[in-house]
Design a protein around this ligand. Structure first.
Ligand SMILES: NC(=O)c1ccc[n+]([C@@H]2O[C@H](COP(=O)([O-])OP(=O)(O)OC[C@H]3O[C@@H](n4cnc5c(N)ncnc54)[C@H](O)[C@@H]3O)[C@@H](O)[C@H]2O)c1
Length: 311
């Protein structure tokens, strides 16, 4: 297979490039390097044997059409996205305009399928009694990123209806693992790992009772790779189905790392979703997928990665 990965110099995209190359596919990466980095593709370059080509380009660039016509991928994995903390206008421009450009380029280049990585933010702030969420749950996003991802998912259906461009949209749970960037307001598992390895106090925002469905990056990448050939025309949740409270996550990671058993408290963040877990039933049926990394295994491996290369 010839694949093109947008956002392939980022966290999940670079792991996906590694996986596709390891399976013997040719991979073109399109990334504007606004937050991603070529260092994330160092492993891919080493093992690619010439199968990896990098293109520095913004997905909103009209030249994406020519580039895709030249590369002629069969499948486009669309993972380019701005920081989750991006403002409403930047988020809409990058997600919505960038994604319609990707779809338009894919259509014009005769691409067979687009795989899109959406997030649970499309569902908004669900009632806990509805957890773990199924794909039939109403989509009432309450964050800028959720609104933008829902719009992109609607475009996917429209392009399939209008132009026969196949798609699979994966609603990924909270993905964590090596190469993810930590930081204030950033991904909680990675931020705890970097704090614990550096001996810095961690901050839990709110009571710590908020729950998330944590998914190790290799498991997320496995679902993406499977979606290259399966699950056509579907939105598919990719999560474990289990909730873990942020304060329990911190306690477990602190015990693994030998860090302080309690974290500092910070103010709750506006728009934070209270509780979340995604039902993996449809992923099991249509992708033959289930997560195989336990949270304890995943956090241990992440801590080891941070210890080996804290820079
Ligand atoms: N990390 C998670 O927990 C998670 C959960 C659900 C969904 N997702 C989605 O998965 C995708 C990948 O997430 P990630 O965590 O790897 O993000 P990331 O920020 O690590 O990677 C995004 C990449 O896209 C690039 N990029 C940004 N805007 C671009 C543009 N306009 N043109 C070209 N490249 C651009 C960045 O440079 C970066 O390399 C995103 O769409 C994200 O919304 C992530």
């Amino acid at each position: 297979m010839k694949a093109l990965v947008t956002g392939g110099a980022g966290f999940i995209g670079s792991h996906l490039a590694d996986r596709l190359l390891a399976e013997g596919h040719e991979v073109d990466v399109v990334d504007d390097l606004s937050t991603g980095s070529l260092a994330n593709l160092a492993d891919a370059r080493r093992v690619s044997g010439g199968g990896l080509t990098f293109h520095q380009m913004d997905t909103r660039d009209p030249a994406l059409v020519q580039l895709m016509r030249r590369c002629r991928p069969q499948v486009v994995f669309h993972l380019a996205a701005p920081k989750p903390a991006a403002g409403a206008v930047e988020s809409a421009e990058s997600h919505v305009v960038g994604s319609t450009r990707v779809l338009e380029a894919a259509r014009q280049a005769g691409v067979h399928k687009v795989v899109y990585s959406s997030g649970a933010a499309i569902y908004g702030n669900p009632d806990p009694s509805d957890l773990p969420l199924r794909e039939s749950h109403p989509q009432r996003p309450c964050t800028m990123v959720g609104v933008a991802q829902k719009a992109v998912t609607d475009y996917l259906y429209a392009y399939r209806e209008t132009y026969d461009l196949e798609f699979t949209a994966l609603a990924l749970a909270h993905v964590y693992g090596p190469r993810q960037k930590p930081g204030v307001g950033g991904p909680v598992v990675t931020t705890f790992a970097s704090d614990l390895v550096a001996g810095r106090p961690s901050v839990i925002h709110g009571t710590g009772g908020a729950t998330r469905d944590f998914l190790y990056v290799d498991d997320a990448v496995d679902a993406l790779a499977r979606a290259g050939t399966r699950g056509g025309g579907l939105l598919i949740n990719v999560g474990s189905g289990h909730e873990t409270a942020v304060r329990d996550l911190y306690r477990a990671m602190a015990a693994q790392a030998g860090g302080p058993a309690t974290a500092d408290r910070g103010p709750a963040r506006p728009g934070d979703i209270r509780r979340l877990a995604l039902d993996p039933g449809r992923a099991s049926i249509h992708l033959g997928w289930k997560p195989w990394t336990t949270l304890a295994e995943g956090t241990a491996s992440l801590l080891e990665w941070w210890r080996a290369d804290p820079a």
